[in-house]
Design a protein around this ligand. Structure first.
Ligand code: F6P
Length: 368
């Protein structure tokens, strides 16, 4: 941006997997931006649109009435990393660097700052673009809640609500039929959704990527519950959960994705192995994208609105290369670099783990 040029135009993009609250952030950015006399460009389908030059003006009418709607009015993609752009050349797919196209569009569109709403993939890309001279402010989104430097990402609470609601419903049917039901939830390499959702929904066993489990301890717990007269059990399984000495279950690999690995399948394995080993009747449910769809919870609507409005303040104060963050009850800003320095994972002594253990939840270990 030329020195002292008047700040007058921002762009917004939503990158990676969608989640409830994206539209609330877009609204939280665009409404005050318009009030400040700025024009707002909505980039289509995340970084894909940034590379390919696809965008549309966002007016007040476009961002009105979207607070409670799920998804993103801008579209999103987890395949649009400009630095890792798969391109078909003949019979082969080659990985190209298209970041120069991003810079060209950024300059061509006359943007003073880009508000990039996304998870760790989006923040990694944003950091590299910031190093190329693009003014960028990040907003931390992901149902997985695995971004360091913010106490919570928006979208997580809504996913936890879905898990909790599902467990409540499964509780009654599991109990009526004296079954064990394994519920596989998302979260990638972090167990936050399983931990918080399992705790909220009263799961009897929670299996997390961060606490590898012992099969025998899992069988033992469901049999023990049966002997105590609790003739059903709910097992909340993170998609990244793995047994001691075992690996995460990979469903598919796709080099076009920012993270090529797609996890999935552990819920079915847990259900089948419990049935084989204990003789108890088991079922499994994969909640999948139900956790990403639909309306945000009130908590996420509020957090998203605060994040969006703070992001536009940061942009106008030229706090570039930074990300909005929740710190306790306050909204703050941190360096994007700090947000991606490491993944935020559940620690085995986390308060929520301790609270769960205190009320009898097992994590597939023998120790407690
Ligand atoms: O990062 C969000 C997330 O929903 C993960 O929990 C999950 O592993 C992944 O995205 C699924 O991605 P996709 O929508 O590409 O299947």
């Amino acid at each position: 941006m030329p020195v002292n040029r008047k700040f007058k135009r921002i762009a917004i993009l939503t990158g990676g997997g969608d989640c409830p609250g994206l539209n609330a952030v877009i609204r939280g950015v665009a409404k005050p931006a318009h009030d400040h006399g700025l024009s707002v460009l909505g980039i289509t389908d995340g970084f894909e649109g940034f590379v390919e030059g696809k965008a549309q003006e966002l007016y007040n009418r476009d961002v009105s009435g979207i607070l409670a709607t799920g998804g993103t009015i801008l579209g999103s993609s987890n395949k649009g990393d400009p630095f890792h752009w798969p391109t078909r050349i003949g019979d082969e797919i080659q990985i190209m660097d298209r970041s120069k196209d991003v810079l060209r569009n950024y300059e061509g569109w006359n943007i003073d700052c880009v508000i990039a709403i996304g998870g760790d993939g989006t923040m990694h890309i944003s950091k590299k673009l910031a190093e190329m001279g693009i003014n960028i402010v990040g907003v931390p989104k992901t149902i997985d809640n695995d971004l360091e430097a913010t106490d919570q990402t928006f979208g997580h609470d809504s996913a936890v609500w879905v898990v909790s609601e599902a467990l409540d419903r499964l509780h009654t049917t599991a109990s009526s039929h004296h079954r064990v039901i394994a519920v596989e939830v998302m979260g990638r390499y972090a167990g936050w959704i399983a931990l918080n959702g399992g705790l909220a929904g009263g799961a009897d066993i929670i299996l997390l990527p961060e606490i590898p489990f012992d099969w025998e301890a899992v069988y033992d717990r469901v049999v023990e519950r049966n002997m105590m007269g609790k003739r059903f059990s709910l097992v909340c399984v993170a998609e990244g959960a793995k047994p001691i000495g075992g690996e995460m279950v990979i469903k598919e690999k796709d080099i076009k994705r920012t993270d090529p690995i797609q996890l999935g399948g552990i819920g079915e394995i847990v259900s089948k192995r419990i049935q084989q080993s204990t003789g108890l009747e088991c079922r499994y449910v994969v909640l999948g994208h139900l956790q990403r769809g639909g309306s945000p919870t009130p908590f996420d609507r509020i957090l998203s609105t605060k994040f969006g409005t703070h992001a536009i303040d940061m942009a106008m104060n030229k706090e570039f290369g930074k990300m909005v963050a929740l710190k306790g009850m306050n909204i703050d800003s941190v360096n994007i670099e700090d947000a991606i320095s490491k993944q935020k994972l559940v620690t085995p002594d986390h308060q929520a783990v301790q609270a769960a253990r205190a009320v009898g939840v097992k994590f597939g270990t023998w120790d407690l």
